[in-house]
Design a protein around this ligand. Structure first.
Ligand code: B3K
Ligand code: ZN
Length: 865
């Protein structure tokens, strides 16, 4: 490995040396030679005479101080250090950059001919020299100049001037009335189609809404626009927060490293998170678009108006904004289904991260490359931490806390502690111990024992918090632990402690706690960690009949899903153990009977039924094993899916036939399609004429949810129709790379000896492009995540495929490479042979020339943590 990049530490935070005002940025666009001029007034905060600015890959032209050429500076790879400065001065810097060769998709780059920027976290320094840190807020006046064939020139705030220059080029000038940190700066220039609408705020201000998309895509913008208006309305109703500019713009671009970016007044979106119509997008895509449009809009207050003091505080804005977008989706749609999604994301991805070498608290303390910390921990566990505060305080007090937070900190760059202080002060609830959630990593396990005492008619629950590998620095957490007790009829029992009825949320503060509930007439069945009230693992030895009792009677849809998952997991684990002896394994009759009766429930939301009958995903189950038995798990899944298909065939067929949807996006139609898709997934495994007919019909559907469901079902079952359907899809959709991502993802799940060769050959597909993160994630990301049989091949070819790609991506797009390395991070969880194979690939990566900081940080941790 080469010399180590330097880490930064939270404990080393110091306030900025200077304040900046009157920032003017002139950008003269050219694909390979864009000229950037930055002018600003600087004032030293503590009589410093040296100013150190961040700047990366910039060609410096000139430096002027107070209008005069200045040469007392030194430059290195990442900084410009200017010395002997007065206390107050103006600084003008000219530099040049090359957007067309910027494949990192950070800073200013070209996406299919459109100029766009991505500055969070530290991309602004790739545009000009600046104090590129979130606690330096300033006002921006931006002038963009370009050729006339680039009609739209956009930046943050309001357009204050535009015109044509003597040389025939044109310009636009934008002023942002709100001070902001550099990471919220945006510039977009290109030729687009624009969808326009308006929103009138609760105080009667009319806001122009504009969505910019590639030409010809206007028929795919209505859903994003509707989502934006819903988000604006919802934030007024639920959080009393109103939009603060006269214009809100969203630009969809094809080359983008993540979902979207909340730049003030000018969001830039991955086109996959904007464009949708029934022919091209699935119901899941519709949901994702709604939640991301909401998320970026909600950042306007939680992130932009009040921002982060430093990047260690990222969860201040991200955890809170994810919580807000989850609430938005839950208020607009099904609360239970949204909770299922959120919990699934935690168990599938976050628990794994928290148990691996990249484990970090939601407020990390040490960072090499900040982009590596836009993680499920900071985002999703961060949102769970906010949700726990919401649970402990209740909605009314939580809203009081939000109000106080904005009263205190509007226009400031603050810390997670400031947020918790506002919550605590507004509600009177002590959150001192609770704050440990911000500094402790790892998923706590809660070991539960229960005891029913017939004579006393009491039921005792003993709980023990166990922290990551008993790390002695980890202290007991303040955990809201919600429970419910069901009697033998499935009715909820009142919870009586010391003669008083109590709420369902128990507050755990010690390593060990015990609660004895009174007046319990017969052995109850406990529902533990209801609604996933804390991001923990519950260890409790449920018997199958208890799980089925809860599954039948629980009033909460979420709880029913939770126990169905537990029941499946229990059986999968047992099957893995018995597989070695018998070769074949069976789902228990109890569970099959329970699934039958679920499929016959007429009153239940079809979308919930669809979730209840699905096996927990591979990663969730893997987390249950110290060493992941890959091959055995793959085999158990195959056999169980086949059994569900065979034994529930009549019920699945009935469910399929009775799920009517009219091609609309009402929640009823979405639910019907969801159940249809799940039923079809199983049914394809009992290939008969009726099922073949359904597969054929759906593959020809004008509705992408149904079309894709047919393809997935056929592919997974290795159905005779599979190849034909896949070829048809390719032929029909080659003109639309976003749609082809679904096809690449499907191809990535191929489970046969040709899989590796197939994926490699798809690199040459006309729609594929290694520089486009969507394509790479669809094909190779999906392969590594969702094709355990082939990725974990014992000949190591799956690992080699991923490592080859990472080595290429290291030069093209380090951020994307670093994201894609995740499947290697948990290498120590596999058997010795596989460990050796992955380790060899990690070492190969570690030794390449010019290893990016992004990959270095993760590979180094994987190998040496
Ligand atoms: N704040 C951006 C993420 C930026 C990622 C930088 N690598 C999107 C979001 O969370 O809303
Ligand atoms: Zn965000």
């Amino acid at each position: 490995m080469q010399s180590k990049p330097q880490a930064k530490y939270l404990k080393d935070y110091s306030a900025p040396s200077h304040t900046v005002s009157n920032f003017e940025l002139d950008v003269e666009l050219h694909p390979t030679d864009t000229k950037v001029t930055a002018r600003a007034s600087y004032k030293a905060n503590n009589a410093e005479t040296v100013l150190t600015l961040d700047g990366v890959e910039l060609e410096l032209e000139s430096v002027k101080v107070n209008g005069q050429p200045y040469s007392d500076y030194v430059q290195d790879q990442t900084r410009l250090t200017i010395s002997n400065l007065p206390e107050k001065f103006t600084l003008e810097i000219e530099n040049r950059i090359s957007p067309s060769t910027n494949t990192s998709l950070e800073g200013l780059y070209l996406s299919e001919g459109a100029y766009c920027t991505q500055c969070e976290a530290e991309g602004f320094r790739k545009i000009t020299y600046f104090l590129d840190r979130p606690d330096v807020l300033t006002d921006y006046l931006v002038t963009i100049t370009a050729e006339k064939n680039i009609p739209y020139l956009l930046s943050n705030g309001n357009k204050v001037a535009e015109g044509t220059l003597p040389d025939g080029r044109h310009f636009a000038k934008w002023q942002d009335p709100h001070k902001k940190p550099s990471y919220l700066f945006a510039l977009v220039a290109g030729d687009f189609d624009v969808q326009k609408d308006t929103f009138t705020t609760k105080n009667g201000r009319e806001v122009s809404l504009e969505i910019f998309v590639d030409k010809g895509n206007l028929n795919k913008t209505p859903h994003a626009m509707a989502s934006l208006k819903n988000a604006m309305k919802w934030d007024e109703t639920r959080f009393n927060l109103e939009y603060d500019l006269d214009i809100y713009m969203i630009v969809a671009v094809d080359f983008f490293n993540m979902g979207a970016m909340e730049n003030k007044g000018l969001n830039v979106f991955n086109s996959a998170c904007v464009l949708a119509n029934q022919q091209t997008a699935t119901d899941r895509d519709y949901h994702t678009i709604e939640s991301i449009v909401g998320h970026e809009y909600f950042h306007n207050w939680t992130g932009n108006r009040v921002t982060c003091r430093d990047w260690f505080q990222l969860s201040l804005k991200e955890g809170l904004t994810v919580f807000r977008d989850q609430e938005f989706s839950s208020d607009l749609g099904s609360r239970a289904l949204n909770r299922i999604d959120a919990v699934m994301a935690m168990r599938t991805h976050q628990f794994a991260e928290d148990a691996g070498p990249m484990a970090h608290p939601i407020r990390p303390e040490k960072v090499i490359e900040m982009n590596n910390f836009y993680t499920v921990t900071v985002y999703n566990k961060g949102a769970e931490v906010i949700r726990m505060m919401h649970t402990l305080l209740g909605e009314a007090n939580f809203q009081k806390g939000m109000k106080l937070y904005f009263e205190r900190h509007d226009g400031q760059a603050v810390t997670c502690d400031d947020f918790v202080a506002a919550m605590s002060d507004a509600s009177g609830k002590c959150l001192e111990q609770f704050k440990r959630w911000y500094s402790q990593y790892g998923t706590p396990t809660i070991k539960v024992l229960t005891n029913y005492n017939v004579e006393d008619e009491t039921f005792t629950i003993s709980l023990e918090q166990v922290h990551a590998a008993c790390d002695p620095i980890l202290q007991p957490l303040h955990i809201p632990f919600a429970i419910e007790l069901l009697d033998e009829n499935g009715c909820t029992l009142p919870l009586i402690l010391d003669g008083k009825q109590v709420q369902s949320v128990l507050e755990l503060k010690e390593f060990k706690s015990e609660f004895t509930f009174e007046n319990i007439k017969s052995q109850p069945t406990p529902v533990l960690l209801e609604n996933f009230s804390a991001p923990c693992i519950v260890e409790y030895d449920y018997q199958m009949d208890e799980l089925i009792h809860i599954l039948k009677h629980a009033s909460s849809d979420f709880t029913r899903w939770e126990v169905a998952q537990r029941a499946f997991t229990k059986e999968i684990k047992q099957a893995v153990l018995s597989l070695t002896n018998t070769g074949s394994v069976n789902l228990s009759e109890h569970l099959i009977a329970a699934l039958k009766s679920i499929l016959n429930e007429v009153e239940t939301d079809k979308a919930l039924i669809s979730e209840l009958i699905r096996l927990p995903n591979f990663d969730t189950v893997s987390a249950e094993f110290k060493q992941i038995p890959v091959a055995e798990l793959v085999e158990v899944y195959k056999q169980f899916e086949q059994q569900i298909a065979t034994q529930l065939c009549p019920e699945l067929k009935k469910a399929y036939s009775e799920s009517h949807e009219m091609g609309e996006i009402s929640s009823y139609a979405v639910a019907a399609r969801s159940l249809k898709s799940t039923a079809l997934f199983y049914l394809a495994k009992v290939s008969d004429d009726e099922v073949s007919k359904w597969l054929n019909e759906n593959s020809k559907s004008e509705n992408m949810t149904l079309k894709l469901a047919a393809l997935k079902a056929a592919k997974s079952a290795n159905h005779t129709l599979s190849e034909q359907l896949i070829n048809e899809f390719d032929a029909n959709w080659r003109h639309d790379p976003l749609v082809m991502d679904k096809w690449f993802a499907l191809q990535a799940t191929t489970d046969n000896d040709e899989a590796i060769q197939l994926i490699k050959s798809l690199y040459a597909h006309p729609c594929f492009d290694k520089g486009n993160p969507n394509r790479v994630r669809a094909l190779v990301g999906q392969f590594a995540r969702s094709n355990p049989a082939q990725f974990h091949r014992i000949d190591g070819k799956g690992y080699e495929l991923l490592a080859d790609l990472l080595i290429e991506l290291n030069h093209i797009n380090p951020q994307n490479a670093s994201r894609m390395v995740t499947p290697f991070m948990s290498w120590k969880r596999y058997d010795e042979q596989r460990q050796a194979l992955i380790k060899a690939q990690l070492q190969r990566i570690a030794e390449i020339n010019n290893l990016s900081d992004d990959l270095f940080e993760k590979v180094d941790k994987a190998l040496n943590a």
